[in-house]
Design a protein around this ligand. Structure first.
Ligand SMILES: Nc1ncnc2c1ncn2[C@@H]1O[C@H](COP(=O)(O)OP(=O)(O)O)[C@@H](O)[C@H]1O
Ligand SMILES: [Mg+2]
Length: 238
């Protein structure tokens, strides 16, 4: 659709020491769309995100963010350029208040970048606004996940990387999260969503990839995946 995808991952190969995990992964995220990567435990989904943000840089291949080749950039520079991470397991600071969690992220963000402020982000999360002074550890699992998303937003990302955000959430909170990410998408944000939750990905995403053993084994529209029982059975166990 767009001539300029927000993110292009081009044939990346990523290792942990001798262990060859990503064996030539390519994908794209267009502006204002949600791309989902589905796959069972251990196929390399988190490694894909770690590769994009240079926590575990690929040994081969190329990563392009908003037309800039970021393959050799540091994680710090990549974050400053406008990528927000919602890590697996949330990783918020449970002993700090909601406000402090957001302020830390806000300070880490570059100045001069228009976009989200703590106040505008809180418009999306009325419950967090009510609990600004509470320590993050007292929030429910769903509220902690919302805080993890809010924190990524105040870092002023234009691309949000989400690693299994529905893990451990009740169906009701998963539905709230689905509405939230669609609202972000409709506001122009690009989202790379990594999931094991196939229904969540099919209902949320504009485009889906399926990964197995470090390779993309399927890509297509969510409706194509929904109709493809072979792929679902072979790679997703449903
Ligand atoms: N820090 C690490 N060191 C060595 N091997 C790792 C490390 N992290 C993950 N792996 C291995 O890489 C493979 C992919 O893991 P991961 O990307 O976490 O999968 P997923 O997120 O899809 O569950 C697995 O075999 C896992 O054991
Ligand atoms: Mg993972």
């Amino acid at each position: 659709m767009s001539a300029n995808p927000t993110l292009v991952v081009d044939d990346i190969h990523t290792y942990y020491g001798e262990s060859y995990v990503l064996q030539g992964v390519s994908l794209k995220v267009e502006p204002g769309t949600i791309a989902a990567v589905l796959g069972r435990n251990g196929v390399g989904k988190t490694t894909l995100i770690r590769s994009v943000i240079a926590f575990t840089p690929p040994r081969r291949g190329k990563i392009v963010f908003e037309n800039q080749d970021i393959t050799r950039w540091t994680s710090y520079r990549i974050a400053q350029a406008g990528m927000g991470l919602v890590p697996q397991g949330r990783r918020i600071f449970i002993s700090l208040s909601v406000r402090e969690n957001l302020e830390i992220a806000r300070r880490a963000a570059t100045g001069g970048n228009e976009g989200w402020t703590i106040d505008s982000v809180l418009d999306l999360f009325p419950r967090l606004r009510e609990r600004m002074r509470n320590s993050a550890g007292t929030l429910s699992g769903g509220e902690q996940q919302m805080l993890a998303v809010a924190r990524a937003l105040v870092g002023n990302g234009r691309l949000l990387l989400m690693d299994e955000p529905t893990e451990g959430l009740s169906p009701h909170v998963v539905e709230e999260l689905r509405q939230l990410i669609r609202r972000l998408r409709d506001g122009g944000m690009a989202i790379l969503l990594v999931e094991q939750n196939i229904n969540f990905a099919i209902e949320s995403a504009d485009y889906v990839y399926v990964m197995d053993k470090g390779k993309i084994v399927f890509d297509g529209l969510p409706s194509d995946l929904a109709a493809n029982n072979d792929v679902k059975e072979t790679y997703l166990g449903v």
